[in-house]
Design a protein around this ligand. Structure first.
Ligand code: ZN
Length: 174
């Protein structure tokens, strides 16, 4: 497992649409393991392949808390079969938009079909945080970021702050 660099806004790659995986081979398994390692070290609870620059429809999620046994979920080619009408809001962040958070309303539950690490077809009914995390990551596969769900005012504010933060980091590096 190798830790990869996580792309951050305004990297144009983050706006691209990821391609379905045709076959879960060694290369895709290596990708999933690299993604998991990258996510654990960040640390984060979800990561889409595009965030490390690979345009494949692959997601890793692990909602286990610090100190708990790790519980990675590998999701390949997810398709949303159902989204509930009732919404829930969570304060969301994103490894590709460091240190910025905002409340996002999304369906409280969803059902997805996907392929697992072994290429087996699975169905998952998710609720609450897991449902939010899955929807956030599937958005990434479609070039959508959580800030796209905010009002223009809030989105612009976050973009401005992220830009300023990037400049400050550059200054320290230089
Ligand atoms: Zn994200």
């Amino acid at each position: 497992m190798t830790k990869k660099k996580i792309l951050t806004i305004p990297d144009p790659m983050l706006r691209k649409i990821s391609e379905p995986v045709e076959e879960i081979n060694k290369k895709i398994k290596n990708l999933m393991e690299d993604m998991l390692e990258t996510m654990y070290q960040a640390p984060g609870i979800g990561l889409a392949a595009v965030q490390i620059g690979i345009l494949k429809r692959v997601i890793v999620i692990d909602l286990s808390k610090t100190g708990e046994k790790k519980n990675p979920v590998f999701i390949v080619n997810p398709q949303i079969k159902f989204k509930s009408k009732d919404l829930v809001s969570y304060e969301e962040g994103c490894l590709s938009i460091p240190n910025q958070f905002a409340e996002v309303k999304r369906p409280n539950s969803c059902v997805i079909n996907f392929l697992d690490y072994y290429g087996k077809k699975k169905e998952l009914k998710a609720e609450g945080l897991l449902a939010t995390c899955i929807q956030h990551e599937i958005d990434h596969l479609n070039g959508i970021l959580f800030i796209d769900h905010l009002s223009k005012l809030k989105k612009d504010l976050i973009l401005k702050k992220a830009k300023k933060q990037k400049k400050e980091i550059d200054r320290v590096v230089v």
